[in-house]
Write a protein that binds this ligand. Structure first.
Ligand code: TZP
Ligand code: MG
Length: 217
């Protein structure tokens, strides 16, 4: 059994795979700094033409999982149920185009919590009626360079609409920076999830502090 889901896990949620890390550092180094700095969750998302597969992905997944365990921070796997189970992940995250969320909920059978990406109020309404989903990841709030097949941006207003419709906690994603971060708490989201803001930060401690401060109670 993994960690039980709590909405506070969404406050400063770091997402990364090897494709997101510059050549002068490793994903393990970046994750360790982010954990030291106080991220609330980590999602391993190995995606794209240069990403690892098979044994290399499993081996790295196990290493990153162990790092998260050291800091008692939840380890979440993107869109790979087998890897999530093999690494004893705490959670699994799926998108609308990934394996159907109801199938994933059946497969993990309560052992892991489940997050679902939603862009539209209609998708959120379906998620509201689906037992076994713990949180919603929003569609891209701002333009992002980290996802080539990202859906159209929903903007801060679109995000606020999703939060209003959702019965579940919502985490904002897509193009979030230390500048636009301040616009998000007013929408009612539980926190922000980012790739490049941390992966490409020149000061991961400052960046994670800014994320946590934006959502301090
Ligand atoms: N899903 C919607 S946007 C996105 C994902 C995985 C990428 C977010 O990356 P960044 O660098 O924080 O914009
Ligand atoms: Mg996905």
């Amino acid at each position: 059994m993994g960690m039980k889901f709590d909405p506070s896990m969404l406050r400063s949620y770091f997402i990364a795979g090897t494709q997101d890390i510059k050549d002068d550092r490793t994903i393990g180094e970046v994750l360790k700094q982010a954990l030291e700095a106080g991220i609330s969750a980590f999602q391993y998302r190995e995606k794209g033409p240069t990403s690892l597969t098979g044994d290399a992905k499993l081996k790295l997944g196990r290493n990153l999982r162990a790092l998260c365990t050291d800091y008692q921070v939840p380890f979440i796997v993107d869109d790979d149920v087998e890897l999530a189970l093999e690494t004893n992940a705490d959670g699994i995250h799926v998108g609308q185009k990934d394996e159907r969320v109801t199938k994933v909920i059946d497969q993990v059978n309560g052992r892991l919590f489940v997050g679902l990406s939603c862009d539209t109020a209609g998708q959120v309404q379906i998620a509201n009626e689906t037992a076994g989903i713990s949180y919603i990841g929003s569609g891209p709030v701002f333009p992002t360079g980290s996802k080539t097949d990202a859906d159209p941006v929903i903007g801060v207003d679109g995000l606020a609409k999703l939060v209003t419709v959702s019965k579940l906690p919502v985490v904002a994603i897509g193009g979030i920076t230390e500048d636009n971060l301040k616009e998000l708490p007013a929408t009612g989201v539980a926190g922000t999830s980012v790739i490049s803001m941390i992966a490409q930060s020149d000061d991961i401690f400052r960046t994670v502090k800014a994320m946590n401060a934006a959502f301090a109670k």
